[in-house]
Design a protein around this ligand. Structure first.
Ligand code: UN1
Length: 505
C-alpha cells in the first residue's frame, strides 16, 4: 500500500470486514474483491468492508440452498415456526442496536429505523404463526368415497433481492414467509445496506436455522443479482426495487417461466378535498413526502389539492417544511436524514431543475443542505400539472408536487394518470366522496384520512399497473409468492370412478 493513502482507503483498512454466509459458514468471496459500506450522513465514513461476490459465490450459495432444501422441507412447519419466532424475539431484544446500525448505514432517523426493525419483528411473529395454520382446503368431491384436498408446497430455492430503503423490513417480508413455507433462500441485499442485512442473517443463524436454508451473498446487481436470476436452479425470485430493474428481471425470469414477485416503483398521491381537515392533511403530507427523505415506494410525491384550499394547504405545508431539521439521523433533533448516495442526491436535484423548466412553482427547498453527507432540503413545488415529468416520474427523494384540481372527478383523473399504482390517499370528511375514491383509485393500497405511508404487515402489500406483477407481500397471502398448490384426490371406493361421467351412481 502506498504512503499516500486517501482517508477512505485508510478507513477501509481499519473498518470491520464482513463475509458471505453460505451453507452455514461465513466465507470470503472467491473474487478476492471487496467494497465499502459508507455512512450517507458522513460520506467519508466507512462502516464496513463487504465481499464483492461473483458468479462462483452465487453458484456455491445455490448449491448450498439446494442441499439444505429437502431436510428443511420435511421439517414440520411448527418447528420451522419456532425458529422464526426465536429470530423475531432476538430482533426485538436487539432493536435499539439494529436501529442505530441502520441509521448509520442508510441515513433515516432513529425513530424510523426503529420502525423498520419493528416491521421485521412483527413479520417474524406473524409468519411464525403460519406454522400452525391450515395450509390447504378440504373440498367436496362430485363422486362418492373420494376425498379432495389441497396443500401448499414450497418451490425450492428462492432468490430474495432487496432494496436499501427498508433494509430489514423488506427482507423480512420475503425471508420469513419463504422459509416458513419450507424453501431455501439466497439473499442478495442492496449494496448500500449490506451490514444490516448481515445482522439479520446472523440472527437467523443464532435462532437455529439450519445451514444452507438462508444464504447471504453481497455484491452488485450485475455480478450477483443477474447470475441468481438467470440460474435455472433458482425456482422463484422475490424482488423489490425500481420498475426498470423489475422489467429487466422479468424478461430473464420469463424465459425460464420462473415464479416472480415484483414490488416496484410508485408515484403515490394524497388527494385533499375542500371539506378536509387541512391541518390533518398537512400533517399527513409532510410525513408521507419527507419521511425517510421521501425514499419510500409509498412516498407521496404528488399532493392533489382542491384549488379552493390550495393556498391554505401550501402555506401551512411550507411553514411546517421550513421547520424540519435536516441532518444526521442519529441526532435526537433531526427530522430528516440524508438521501442514500451521491447518485440519489444528483437525481433529486435534477428533478428540481426539471420542475423549474416545466414552470412548476418552487415553494420551498430545491437545494443541497450541507456538504458532509448527501443532504437535500425538503422540496415543495406547486402549480403542478399531470403532464409534467415531475408528476409522472418517481424521484425517490424529498421532493413533492402540489397539483391543483377543481373537483373530486378531476382529482381522481389526475391521481390515476401515472404508470404506477401503489398507494393513494384521500382527505375528506364526506363519506360518499371517500367511498367513491376508494372505488375509483387505481392503487394496491388506499388510505382515507391517513398518509400514503405506514402499511402494516398483517395486510397485503403491493400495487397495480407498473408497480408490480400482481403479487402481494405480507398479510394472509404472504405464502402465495413462495408456494405452489398441490391438489390431491384420494379415492377409497375400490373401483374406477370417472369424474364428470359416473356422477349419478
Ligand atoms: C417501501 O417503501 O418499499 O408503508 C416499503 C410503508 C412501509 C413500507 C414501505 N411500511 O411506508
Amino acid at each position: 500500500m502506498s504512503q499516500t493513502m486517501t482517508s477512505e482507503q485508510k478507513q477501509k483498512t481499519e473498518a470491520k470486514s464482513y463475509k458471505n454466509y453460505i451453507g452455514g459458514r461465513w466465507v470470503e468471496s472467491k473474487s478476492g474483491k471487496t467494497f465499502s459500506s459508507t455512512n450517507p450522513a458522513h460520506k467519508d465514513q466507512v462502516l464496513g468492508v463487504m465481499q464483492a461476490s461473483n458468479a462462483d459465490d452465487v453458484n456455491q450459495a445455490i448449491e448450498a440452498a439446494q442441499k439444505a432444501f429437502p431436510g428443511w422441507r420435511h421439517t414440520p412447519a411448527p418447528a420451522r415456526g419456532e425458529i422464526c419466532l426465536k429470530a423475531a424475539l432476538m430482533l426485538e431484544s436487539r432493536k435499539e442496536d439494529l436501529a442505530r446500525i441502520m441509521t448509520q448505514e442508510m441515513g433515516k432517523v432513529l425513530k424510523e429505523t426503529r420502525g423498520d426493525v419493528q416491521e421485521a419483528i412483527d413479520m417474524g411473529k406473524y409468519a411464525a404463526g403460519f406454522g400452525r395454520q391450515p395450509h390447504g382446503e378440504t373440498v367436496p368431491s362430485e363422486l362418492r368415497n373420494k376425498l379432495c384436498i389441497t396443500e401448499r408446497v414450497p418451490l425450492g430455492v428462492i432468490a430474495c433481492i432487496t432494496p436499501w430503503n427498508f433494509p430489514m423490513a423488506i427482507p423480512s417480508w420475503k425471508i420469513f414467509p419463504a422459509v416458513m413455507a419450507g424453501n431455501a433462500v439466497v439473499f442478495k441485499p442492496a449494496s448500500d445496506t449490506p451490514i444490516i442485512a448481515t445482522k439479520l442473517v446472523e440472527i437467523f443463524e443464532e435462532a437455529g436455522l439450519p445451514g444452507g436454508v438462508l444464504n447471504l451473498v453481497t455484491g452488485s446487481g450485475a455480478d450477483v443479482g443477474d447470475v441468481l436470476v438467470k440460474d435455472p436452479r433458482v425456482a422463484g425470485i422475490s424482488f423489490t426495487g425500481s420498475t426498470a430493474a423489475g422489467k429487466h428481471i422479468a424478461e430473464i425470469a420469463g424465459r425460464n417461466l420462473k415464479r416472480l414477485g415484483l414490488e416496484l416503483g410508485g408515484k403515490n398521491c394524497i388527494v385533499v378535498l375542500d371539506d378536509a381537515d387541512i391541518p390533518l392533511a398537512v400533517d399527513g403530507a409532510l410525513w408521507a413526502a419527507f419521511g425517510t427523505s421521501g425514499q419510500r415506494c409509498t412516498a407521496a410525491s404528488r399532493l392533489i389539492v382542491d384549488q379552493k384550499v390550495q393556498k391554505d394547504f401550501v402555506d401551512l405545508l411550507q411553514e411546517r417544511a421550513a421547520k424540519l431539521k435536516v441532518g444526521d439521523g442519529l441526532q435526537a433533533d433531526t427530522d430528516m436524514g440524508p438521501v442514500i448516495n451521491e447518485g440519489a442526491l444528483k437525481k433529486v436535484h435534477e428533478y428540481t431543475e426539471i420542475g423549474k423548466r416545466e414552470h412548476a412553482r418552487l415553494v420551498h427547498g430545491g437545494d443541497f443542505a450541507g456538504s458532509d453527507g448527501w443532504f437535500y432540503r425538503p422540496t415543495i413545488f406547486a402549480d403542478g400539472r399531470k403532464d409534467m415529468r415531475m408528476a409522472q416520474e418517481e424521484i425517490f427523494g424529498p421532493s413533492t408536487l402540489v397539483m391543483p384540481v377543481s373537483n373530486l372527478d378531476e382529482a381522481l383523473d389526475v391521481a390515476n394518470s401515472t404508470q404506477y399504482g401503489l398507494s393513494m390517499s384521500i382527505y375528506t370528511n364526506d363519506l360518499r366522496k371517500a367511498f367513491h375514491a376508494i372505488e375509483e383509485m387505481q392503487s394496491g393500497i388506499v388510505y382515507v384520512n391517513a398518509p400514503t405511508i405506514g402499511a402494516e404487515i398483517q395486510l397485503p402489500f403491493g400495487g397495480v399497473k407498473n408497480t408490480g406483477n400482481g403479487h402481494r407481500e405480507a398479510g394472509t397471502v404472504a405464502l402465495d409468492e413462495f408456494t405452489e398448490w398441490k391438489t390431491i384426490y384420494i379415492d377409497y371406493s375400490g373401483r374406477l370412478q370417472r369424474a364428470q361421467i359416473d356422477t349419478g351412481e
